[in-house]
Design a protein around this ligand. Sequence first.
Ligand code: HPA
Length: 263
Amino acid sequence: MRIAIIGGTGVYDPKFLEKADELIVSTPYGEVKILKGLYEGEEVGFLARHGVGHSIPPHKINYKANIWALKYLGVERILSTTAVGSLRINLLPGDLVILDQFIDFTKARDITFYDGRDGKVIHIDFTTPYCPELRRLLYETAQELGIKAHPHGTYICTEGPRFETPAEIRMYAMFGDVVGMTNVPEVILARELEMCYASVSLITNYAAGISRTPLTHWEVLEVMAQNIEKVRKLFAHVIRKVPKERNCICKDALKEYREKGII
Ligand code: HPA
């Protein structure tokens, strides 16, 4: 299995997979449920980040188990979806954003595989946090399909599970473009295991204080449901085009540490 999809809020089943089987992978961090199916002859994995039926809140997701399990199955590339609030008037509900940067405002998450317990100190470069090859494919394919997608975006990751205050949003809007609760540490852990990771954020609402109405989870789910077909179509077309060889920085994230015999 080379490619996996991580579905966020409102994306619980990979409709385009044929003959999906459920796998339970045991990891050092706990068990993970993954669907394995075929897409045009290619084996593709699907993992529902919040659990099937949305039973796991963002701060309780077992991110390390999820990413470890995908690596164990041989996955090299991850395409993920996230629901986000918009911090910019020109980023409209229903638009897609292909993330290229993030800022971590989480507070209490297990954010690394390299926690120093084995005496190894690892600092990984995050100049290009999302896989440039996957991002380019996503943007080019969105353009070919006539799907509106913004090619760049900084994701502000909050701890959640509550939505933000308008004061927080005024501050976040100075730093980023969209706000969500799940991309950190997922994006970090994928790079730590040298996997390619890209995320397509679907804007479900204007953030608190920009929106004229109080936010609700139902509104997020509704806008997600109205627009998710675009993401499915985009991923389906991107999967067909993903080259066998990886020509990006992601696979070499730990190269120097290997060369120096540290890992
Ligand atoms: N804030 C945080 N997470 C979100 C939002 C939001 O406004 N919308 C969807 N996920």
